[in-house]
Design a protein around this ligand. Structure first.
Ligand SMILES: *[C@@H]1O[C@H](CO)[C@@H](O)[C@H](O)[C@H]1NC(C)=O
Ligand SMILES: *[C@@H]1O[C@H](CO)[C@@H](O)[C@H](O)[C@H]1NC(C)=O
Ligand SMILES: *[C@@H]1O[C@H](CO)[C@@H](O)[C@H](O)[C@H]1NC(C)=O
Ligand SMILES: *[C@@H]1O[C@H](CO)[C@@H](O)[C@H](O)[C@H]1NC(C)=O
Ligand SMILES: *[C@@H]1O[C@H](CO)[C@@H](O)[C@H](O)[C@H]1NC(C)=O
Length: 475
């Protein structure tokens, strides 16, 4: 039976979950990029579906959800490091990468220090659960602990008719299956239990379960495998959106998804709200696309430093204040060991560059700002090592904008407002760090440099689209 859905502007929204008041105005064309401005208006988008169908066909859908950008508290950031560990160690359990990554993930205080949060309706009837949107990890998690005073309230399995646990005899519960090296065991209740200790002693644990994501009465995904966390410390779960077969995108057969990251403003009480789309994005007409580099399993296995499930793009070069840096293009492509891939990651805050590229960026920024302003020997959070004393306005002016050149003439412009990160006590650091300090061999474009940008992951056509936007609807 064919199910037809269409996106239809209407004056009344189905529910607050499915409506986002957005309008788009095409404002200007800058270089090769369209500048799109997203503003508030009375236009609401909702889904019209044929009611009696239960087929979930994400390709025909367009669901939008509010997206906020939040600083995550200490316990949460420890717990949420786990998915990255899972995705990075999953590739090749006995390569050196696994152990290297465990070291680096512990070391990094950055992975989710500022996270993108989306709330999805989980279960039947749906319970709204906040999750960290992470294009860099695979397995999704929700918080299921029963400390009812927790805010937001964790997921309550007993209230959902579509909830089931994953039994111990499920293949995923056997340790060391190829793409899932989460430490699991069978607990005394014959449930598939995972537990993981962090270097700081934090324990993350829970059970693997199956649950539906319910978008509307007759529109829900099939039961998907999720982690049901017993970790009361973390408020948010994880929405794992990478290319791995257990990610939400893969399990739910999402053909494309996109997000618009609002600009963070520290002084605002209510965080600005951007958008997350599952399925078609009504504004995609203005997006410019680059191809994803994909790797099959045998290739990935031969490249211990490669994350084959990551969204890998080709970077062509970097310009600072109009000057193109002398960086060989090969620096941004995976070498035979897999080192050098360039990743788009919503779960990493800052941008990190492999050594050859970072050295050139650093050299140019120091030249522009002046060596005397560099705070010598200072490293923020173990990852940002080019920090300055002095007036940030002047420093930003000296640096200007930074342009990350992608393939096909697509560019990510890091405006001068975002080239520095204030880290307190009047110190400002370049918001681009050295991958080596993070312990990774890839360049990572982080969420701070995806602000005011639509980023669309077109899984069916293996490409990533970008469109400049004004993502906050709270002016
Ligand atoms: C992993 O270890 C096993 C046994 O030690 C070995 O046969 C296999 O080749 C290793 N795999 C990789 C990708 O190194
Ligand atoms: C990886 O983690 C284990 C367990 O915490 C630790 O013993 C080991 O030293 C770590 N490996 C590296 C390279 O840090
Ligand atoms: C909460 O969970 C624990 C362990 O899972 C269980 O022993 C306890 O009875 C639960 N409490 C409530 C109120 O459900
Ligand atoms: C993986 O890709 C390589 C290079 O494109 C190709 O030669 C190889 O046959 C592929 N392997 C599989 C198992 O598809
Ligand atoms: C660019 O870098 C390469 C290798 O690092 C060097 O050989 C070349 O002279 C540089 N070109 C310029 C114009 O500086």
């Amino acid at each position: 039976m064919e199910t037809l859905y269409k996106l239809k502007p209407t004056n009344q929204s189905l529910s607050s979950l499915f409506s986002l008041s957005l309008a788009l105005a095409l404002m200007a064309v800058s270089n090769s990029l369209l500048i799109l401005f997203l503003t508030i208006s009375s236009l609401s988008l909702s889904i019209e579906g044929i009611q009696n169908s239960n087929n979930f066909k994400p390709s025909k859908y367009s669901f939008s959800f509010p997206l906020t950008s939040r600083r995550i508290s200490r316990p949460a950031s420890a717990a949420t490091l786990l998915p990255s560990l899972v995705s990075s160690t999953s590739r090749n359990p006995n390569s050196s990468t696994g152990s290297k990554n465990n070291q680096s993930a512990y070391k990094s205080s950055f992975k989710y220090s500022v996270a993108l949060i989306v709330s999805l309706p989980i279960g039947t009837p749906p319970q709204s659960q906040p999750m960290v949107l992470d294009t860099g990890s695979q397995l999704s998690w929700i918080q299921c602990h029963n400390k009812t005073l927790a805010k937001p309230p964790p997921f309550n399995p007993s209230m959902s008719s579509s909830f089931s646990v994953l039994p111990c005899n499920h293949p995923l519960c056997k340790p060391r299956i190829p793409d899932f090296t989460l430490p699991t065991d069978c607990d005394q209740n014959r449930l598939c239990h995972y537990s993981y200790f962090y270097a700081d002693g934090t324990l993350a644990e829970g059970n693997l379960v199956r649950e539906k994501i319910t978008f509307a009465r007759s529109q829900s995904t099939p039961p998907l495998i999720l982690g049901c966390g017993q970790d009361a410390g973390a408020a948010e779960g994880i929405l794992g959106m990478n290319l791995g077969r257990l990610s939400f995108a893969s399990q739910a057969r999402i053909s494309k998804f996109s997000y618009c990251v609002p600009v963070r403003r520290n002084q605002m009480k209510v965080p600005p709200v951007g958008a997350f789309y599952l399925g078609e994005n009504p504004y995609s007409g203005g997006f410019r696309y680059v191809d994803l580099l994909t790797f099959n399993q045998s290739q990935s296995q031969q490249m211990p430093n490669l994350d084959g499930a990551a969204y890998t793009v080709v970077m062509e070069g970097i310009r600072i204040g109009g000057k193109r840096l002398n960086i060989s293009r090969s620096v941004f492509r995976p070498n035979p060991s897999g080192a050098g891939q360039t990743i788009i990651d919503s779960g990493t805050e800052y941008t990190f560059l492999v050594e050859d590229a970072y050295a050139k960026v650093r050299e140019e920024v120091v030249r522009l700002v002046g060596p005397s302003k560099v705070k010598k020997g200072y490293v923020y959070g173990g990852a940002l090592d080019l920090c300055f004393n002095g007036d940030p306005v002047l420093i930003r002016q000296s640096i200007g904008g930074i342009v990350l050149e992608m393939g096909k003439g697509v560019e990510i412009l890091v405006e001068k407002e975002r080239v520095l990160a204030g880290v307190g006590r009047g110190v400002h650091c370049l918001s681009i760090g050295r991958s080596e300090l993070l312990g990774v061999e890839s360049s990572i474009i982080g969420n701070v440099h995806q602000q005011n940008l639509w980023v669309e992951f077109d899984l069916a056509n293996r490409k990533v689209g970008f469109g400049r936007a004004e993502c906050s609807n709270s002016a």
